[in-house]
Ligand binder design. Structure first.
Ligand SMILES: NC(=O)c1ccc[n+]([C@@H]2O[C@H](COP(=O)([O-])OP(=O)(O)OC[C@H]3O[C@@H](n4cnc5c(N)ncnc54)[C@H](O)[C@@H]3O)[C@@H](O)[C@H]2O)c1
Length: 501
């Protein structure tokens, strides 16, 4: 069975007719599956004949059937609920949702009552014998610690299901960060696919990014106020353009950067790493450059496994010889260099583990701050730009920072270099303009490449998600931004608006 990533939710339908209409709308919009929530149906429609009719409407989409407890079906016993689900499995449902507290209603929707668990296990194997995949769900609907959260997924797995789903709330960025760590653990530990939904005040904003960010098997789309089509279309456009790995072949067909080549420094981690995946996801050939060999190898392998074209090169941006080698490698293998993205960089006291005031900083740390952050982009631009000038096309992106405006007494080379880049892109813009080569500096505020960045206060009361910055860089590289050159763009959640106050 193949699961698509996008499932439209068909709920609150009192009759099979309106439900089927909703299924067809989602199908027409290109959803990969539909969630058929039976608990909206009037009681007279809980018949095999109606289920057959509804499931027959899902000939081109996967069907995920659930029958949660709602005001309408609260009076139905869990045994009857199970009979309905079994009927759906017999009528061809692809996925059947078994609540984690089926047969023993429990807060947090996960029962540990021994008899109920035994009954669940038998029921799950019966459903599987009928050919359905079984998903166990718990709508916990509150924030939980890592330990508690993992307990849900592991308990589902131990009961013999194919897929585990749990819905939690994240109301703050801190809680959302924990959810990221949890999803990493789930990806590494859980032997079955999972759906990890972080709702709540903070999590809801990023729900559409889930497949991209946390390894969830599927993403859900709701129809709001009867407006089904725009939401599906938007979500699909979003998935097609931003999801870097699922169904790579499809994406490469519609990829904005097919036949383009990106040279990306600092591609072993953080924003550079996500940019490599996202540019490859859009069809670009990518050359990943970093000093961290293992990180590069791992990233290249993942991109290739997902159908992207990637090469890795261990290089130090402080060396002009390395910059020339990287440019030559891109040209030898991909024949062009369309984008140069200079991510390699960092605050020297942190990167060199040397937290002293400037007057006590070892000179090597000071050199590191200037050489990696300023000379790195200068060297790579010098090495890559001739190819861009020759092909009459190119975009150079330098990563500045709000630290180019702010100062630090411990790592002043960082801010000096970043403000140097504000100026550098202007020179590049003038040199490149006659040849259709643009240069732009993107200057972020705090970005969640490290949890520590969440502590830097912004008026938006959060740090940027990595994808938000990379997304913006993709826009700047696209032809939609063809009149933007020589400028520095702050992406800082309003951080600098308050600066100095
Ligand atoms: N994360 C933030 O909050 C933030 C904010 C503003 C600006 N920035 C800037 O954005 C860029 C990316 O930041 P990030 O947080 O994603 O970085 P990161 O620390 O996650 O990754 C930096 C990468 O650069 C590589 N690197 C370091 N020295 C190198 C060298 N000499 N040659 C080649 N590669 C080298 C590292 O191995 C690492 O893989 C940096 O230039 C940073 O200054 C970051």
């Amino acid at each position: 069975m193949k699961y698509g990533p996008l499932f439209g939710i068909c709920d609150k339908h009192p009759t099979p007719e309106t439900l089927i209409e909703n299924i067809k709308q989602f199908e027409a919009q290109g959803a990969h599956g539909v969630v058929i929530d039976l608990d909206g149906l009037e009681e007279q429609y809980f018949t095999r004949e109606c289920f057959r009719k509804i499931l027959a409407a899902c000939c081109r989409v996967e069907s995920y059937v659930c029958c949660y407890r709602s005001a309408k079906t609260e009076h139905i016993s869990d045994e009857t609920r199970a009979e309905y689900l079994l009927m759906a499995a017999e009528e061809g449902a692809s996925i059947v949702d078994v609540m984690g507290d089926l047969f023993a209603k429990t807060e947090g929707e996960l029962a540990f009552d021994e008899k109920a668990v035994e009954k669940q296990k038998n029921f799950i194997s019966t459903l599987r014998e009928k050919g359905a995949s079984v998903l166990m769900s718990s709508h916990v609907a509150k924030p939980c610690s890592m330990e508690e959260t993992l307990k849900y997924f592991h308990a589902h797995y131990e009961r013999g299901v194919n897929i585990s789903k749990a819905v939690f709330h994240c109301n703050t960025q801190e809680e959302y960060l924990i959810s990221r760590e949890i999803s990493e653990k789930l990806c590494a530990e859980l032997p079955i696919p999972f759906v990890f939904v972080c709702s709540g005040e903070y999590g809801r904003k990023f729900q559409r990014y889930e497949t991209l960010l946390n390894g969830s098997l599927m993403t859900f789309v709701r129809c709001r106020d009867g407006e089904v089509q725009p939401s599906v279309r938007q979500a699909l456009d979003f998935m097609r353009s931003r999801t870097p790995w699922a169904s790579a072949a499809k994406r490469l067909d519609s990829g904005e950067f097919v036949n383009r080549t990106a040279v990306i420094t600092g591609a072993g981690s953080g924003m550079g790493l996500l940019a490599a995946k996202m540019f490859a996801g859009q069809g670009a050939n990518v050359l990943l450059v970093d000093i961290n060999k293992d990180a590069i190898n791992e990233a290249v392998e993942e991109i290739r496994k997902n159908g992207g074209k990637a090469l890795g090169m261990v290089a130090d941006v402080r060396s002009y010889a390395d910059a020339e080698k990287a440019a030559a490698c891109a040209l030898d293998n991909f024949k062009r260099i369309d984008f140069l993205l200079c991510f390699a960089g960092g605050y020297e006291p942190r990167c060199c583990n040397s937290n002293y005031p400037f007057y006590e900083q070892p000179i090597e740390v000071i050199d590191w701050g200037l050489d990696v952050n300023l000379k790195g982009p200068v060297y790579f631009a010098r090495a890559c730009m001739p190819a861009m000038v020759k092909q009459k096309y190119g975009v150079i992106i330098c990563l500045g920072s709000v630290s180019g405006v702010q100062a630090s007494g411990y790592g002043p080379m960082y801010g000096t270099s970043k403000s140097g880049l504000f100026q550098f892109v202007k020179g590049l813009a003038l040199a490149g303009a006659p040849h259709n080569v643009r240069a732009v500096c993107v200057a972020p505020g705090p970005v969640l490449t490290r949890p520590g960045m969440a502590g830097m206060p912004t008026p938006l009361k959060r740090a940027a998600e990595v994808v938000e910055v990379v997304d913006f860089i993709m826009d700047l590289c696209s032809d939609r931004s063809s009149f933007i050159t020589g400028s520095t763009h702050f992406i800082d959640g309003g951080y600098l608006c308050n600066f100095g106050r």
